[in-house]
Design a protein around this ligand. Structure first.
Ligand code: FEO
Length: 172
């Protein structure tokens, strides 16, 4: 049985993951319209991943005799100035999600909820990887330069970007 405090915090995380999915969907749609098809695929895929993060929490809440609250999700900001700005916003957003996960983990220790603490370790590792991926993408943009031909190359290669994070190898 989940403590109410933990249940509420997990439901807040459901909202955050849902917002992440929506935000990256907005980026995907923007990139698609701009003709950045590689980046559009990247963001569509990332949006789907965030939805699975949300669903994992929904199932966990319900399995532990809590009640998952399916939240209303606000329309995300869609005025992206550039592809670089999208990736900067992605990193900024992931840092915010990591902070939220860390607070949740801390709360679980305070409340001695070791089952939820254990469940959240998957998110801790995932955040490490996602931040590393966003930083690697931004490093790549710097490397190729932000002009048209640089961004063309970046967009062409973004889905083969391999990231070596401390948690192990990953790629998108
Ligand atoms: Fe599920 Fe990228 O936070």
């Amino acid at each position: 049985m989940l403590k109410k405090k933990i249940e509420d915090a997990l439901n807040h995380q459901v909202l955050l993951e849902g917002e992440s999915s929506h935000f990256y969907l907005a980026m995907a749609s923007w990139a698609e319209v701009q003709g950045y098809s590689g980046s559009a695929d990247f963001f569509y895929g990332h949006s789907d991943e965030e939805r699975t993060h949300m669903l994992k929490l929904v199932h966990y809440l319900n399995e532990r005799a809590g009640k998952a609250v399916i939240p209303a999700i606000a329309q995300p900001d869609t005025n992206f100035e550039s592809l670089t700005a999208c990736f900067e916003a992605l990193l900024e957003h992931e840092v915010k999600v990591t902070e939220s996960i860390n607070e949740l983990v801390f709360m679980c220790l305070e409340e001695k909820d070791y089952t939820t603490h254990n469940f959240l370790q998957w998110y801790v590792a995932e955040q490490l990887e996602e931040e590393a991926l966003a930083r690697t993408a931004l490093d790549r943009i710097k490397l190729v330069g932000g002009d048209k031909s640089g961004m063309y190359m970046f967009d062409r290669d973004i889905n083969s970007l391999k990231v070596q994070s401390a948690a192990g190898p990953m790629g998108q």
